[in-house]
Design a protein around this ligand. Sequence first.
Ligand SMILES: [Mg+2]
Length: 91
Amino acid sequence: MVEQNHSQYWMGEYQGVFNNLPFLREVIDELDSATKKYKDFNSAHEGYAVILEELDELWDEIKKRKPSRDRISKEAVQVAAMAFRFLRDCC
Ligand SMILES: [Mg+2]
């Protein structure tokens, strides 16, 4: 019997989720990138401020005269990743 490593097991168990939410991989990659670059949130206040900053960037793109769907998607991924980070670090 070939043993699966943790990552393979995890991906297998949640493959249906990834199929229905293809952008989830981008959110996880964004969270991974932020984790490598920055320290954990020190407080819920800090986490809230970072989520708000990302949300403002999303809103700035949405309200442009000619918004970019690609840019909106990237900003929404960043909002989601920071919400995950908040859950990890502050809850
Ligand atoms: Mg952003």
